[in-house]
Design a binder for this molecule. Structure first.
Ligand SMILES: NC(=O)C1=CN([C@@H]2O[C@H](COP(=O)(O)OP(=O)(O)OC[C@H]3O[C@@H](n4cnc5c(N)ncnc54)[C@H](OP(=O)(O)O)[C@@H]3O)[C@@H](O)[C@H]2O)C=CC1
Ligand SMILES: O=C(O)C1=N[C@H](C(=O)O)C[C@H](O)C1
Length: 264
């Protein structure tokens, strides 16, 4: 299967190129970076000391040569690539976070024409953690829930897409919409905590790959469900599973719970 990688010079782009080059059933067909990127014109494997013959381009028309794009960039980049994927009937795995409602609607619309996997976290561990959260939320309806996340200093969106998803899973298990119960930040004289709210807190610093903890705080006890990433390899491997999943499915919008068979 011919795979394209967007954001080829980014942290995830490089992790993905490495993973695709090592996968016997996949070939790297296209590598995209944005206009003005210093990577343009270089071999996509140069950072590994490898010659792949795939030159990094900023032309989304190159997506005609790929069966599936893996896109971990920024919302505006992903949406531009998505339009080219629809034009060329190329499936897409979207790992980018930070979309607004209009961006999410554009993704859903594209998924009527092509296969799309869209998930804020591709790791098997995080997706298993989401199932644990669903169980805990159902078993502990009166416990106070707080979502904590920590990431590297270069991350541009907050809370992380994964933290938002964790909050949504808990809210949904309690029959609520996250927007109605979220406390995004606290400062000053906040008053006592209101029952049923879901609080968020965020750390940014250094090279933290990605930590998430959800606290279920009751009276006399608390449960902390934590996932920590120590490398980006799991995000890349999950993305490759998503590429293979799309090859066996008709157009539609899927998430990693479906790819991993955790949606039952
Ligand atoms: N779903 C998941 O499992 C995971 C999701 N992510 C998400 O993936 C995204 C990327 O993360 P990361 O790799 O760390 O970020 P980086 O900043 O390291 O890489 C982003 C890449 O996208 C490029 N880019 C930026 N803007 C555009 C644009 N408008 N059009 C095209 N390309 C663009 C950047 O180019 P340039 O450097 O020139 O700006 C860079 O090559 C984030 O949204 C992050 O939250 C990250 C890890 C796991
Ligand atoms: O930007 C990152 O690095 C990450 N982003 C994703 C998110 O926003 O949840 C996934 C992971 O936590 C790493």
């Amino acid at each position: 299967m011919r795979v394209a990688v967007a954001g080829a010079s980014g942290r995830m782009g490089r992790e993905l190129i490495d993973a695709v080059l090592q996968a016997p059933d996949l070939s790297l067909a296209v590598a995209l970076d944005r206009a003005g990127s210093p990577g343009l014109g270089q071999d996509a494997g140069a950072f590994l000391g490898q010659h792949t013959g795939v030159v990094i381009t900023d032309d989304p028309a190159a997506l005609a040569d790929a069966d599936c794009l893996i896109d971990f960039t920024r919302p505006e980049g992903t949406l531009a690539h998505l339009a080219a994927c629809v034009e060329h009937a190329t499936n897409v795995v979207i790992g980018t976070t930070g979309f607004d409602d209009a961006g999410k609607a554009a993704i859903a619309q594209a998924a009527q024409r092509i296969g799309v996997v869209f998930a804020p976290n591709m790791s098997v561990g995080v997706n298993t953690t989401l199932k644990l959260l669903e169980l805990a939320a159902r078993m502990l309806p009166d416990y106070d829930v707080e979502v904590f996340e920590a990431h590297h200093r270069k991350k541009v969106d907050a809370p992380s897409g994964t933290a938002l998803k964790m909050g949504e899973v808990v809210a949904q298990a309690r029959g609520k919409s996250l927007d109605d119960v979220a406390d995004w930040a606290r400062h000053g004289h906040t008053g006592e905590r209101e029952p049923g709210r879901i609080g968020f807190s965020v750390v940014r610093g250094g090279d933290i790959v990605g930590d998430h903890t959800v606290f279920f705080c009751g009276t006399g006890e608390r449960i902390e469900i934590t996932h920590r990433s120590s490398s980006r390899a799991n995000y890349a491997q999950g993305s490759l599973r998503a590429v293979r999943y799309l090859a066996g499915h008709a157009p539609g919008l899927f998430d990693m719970q479906q790819v991993l068979g955790l949606d039952g």
